[in-house]
Design a protein. Structure first.
Length: 322
């Protein structure tokens, strides 16, 4: 709270390269939305990815660790006036900055009433903040879960508040090994999102324990710390910035591997939808999918965007190779 509320006043105050978004092409609609976000909100942004999933119209979204509200105000435009975005953050100063600009943004977007709200609270205890079971379509987080000592509690709470078929779409920092206690206690390394980084294999086991589908890796890029003193403390551990998507697939559904065809037309992804590192769907093109991806597409908000045909001749081969 001190680090993000007092020591860091702008992005340039960061001491490593961890909490900076890697450059990658953005859909025009996202670039346009970003330009309409207030400059103070953008100046106090700290994140390692762009957590803007697809197919957002009228969705209810929860942003864990929303900070000054940059991602919330960006998403506010993409969900539209019928959608809603809730941001929750443990740092009171950041929440105050976000709240201060609600009226400015609603006027800028031409909305009659606010479709965003900001809450001071903890992502491990969403119930204490009044967030009900199965109340959101999507949960996002941008380089914040590493700051929580209890990662399992964060994922458990996200799973609880998601509707069946809902998605957790989040970027974070991951480590190549479990970190020593001395590294975990380092104040600056913790604030810079490194000392609390999860060993990447642990994400898979925690997600399974909580009830999510296996993590789908969207993007990943190595992190250079850029600080000799801090590099010597972490030793041979390597860090990566990665974006994953997890789905709350309803239980009891027997879904087989099959073939899907993307109908096209999702805003910003009209001709091609890069779903994750393994699956890219082009409009009108037949794609073989395994049982897990078939279940995700059938149960999520993407169901109406695809023609899904189960039980093709090559289903057995697909299942075994996956």
């Amino acid at each position: 709270q001190d680090y993000y509320g007092k020591e860091l006043q702008k992005s340039e105050d960061l001491k490593t390269n961890a909490c900076t978004t890697s450059a990658r092409p953005l859909p025009q609609v996202v670039r346009d939305a970003l330009e309409r976000v207030h400059e103070e909100v953008v100046a106090r942004y700290y994140g390692c990815g762009l957590v803007i999933p697809e197919c957002l119209s009228s969705c209810w979204i929860l942003d864990l660790g929303s900070g000054s509200g940059r991602d919330c105000y960006l998403l506010s435009q993409l969900v539209g006036e019928q959608g809603h975005v809730t941001g929750i953050d443990m740092t009171e100063g950041q929440v105050e900055v976000a709240k201060k600009h609600i009226a400015y943004h609603m006027d800028k977007f031409g909305y009659q009433k606010p479709n965003v709200e900001f809450i001071h609270g903890y992502m491990e205890k969403l119930g204490d903040a009044g967030l009900a079971d199965e109340s959101y379509d999507i949960v996002i987080s941008n380089c914040v879960i590493n700051l929580a000592p209890d990662k399992r509690a964060v994922l458990q709470e996200a799973f609880r508040v998601l509707k069946p078929g809902g998605e957790m779409y989040f970027s974070d920092i991951y480590a190549s090994q479990r970190l020593s206690e001395s590294v975990q206690r380092h104040r600056v390394l913790w604030g810079e999102c490194l000392a609390g980084a999860l060993y990447w294999r642990d994400l898979y086991s925690i997600a399974e324990e909580v009830g999510f589908s296996p993590p789908c890796l969207v993007t990943a890029s190595p992190i250079t710390i850029g600080n000799k003193e801090l590099e010597s403390i972490v030793g041979d551990c390597r860090f990566v910035s990665a974006t994953f998507r997890l789905f709350k697939v309803p239980g009891g559904r027997q879904v087989r591997p099959g073939q899907v065809i993307y109908n096209g037309g999702i805003m910003g992804h009209e001709r091609e939808l890069v779903f994750d590192a393994n699956f890219t769907f082009k409009e009108g093109e037949v794609v073989d999918v395994d049982a897990e991806m078939a279940a995700i597409l059938q149960s999520s908000r993407f169901a109406e965007e695809f023609l899904i045909q189960a039980g093709r001749a090559n289903a057995t081969a697909l299942q075994s190779c996956c």
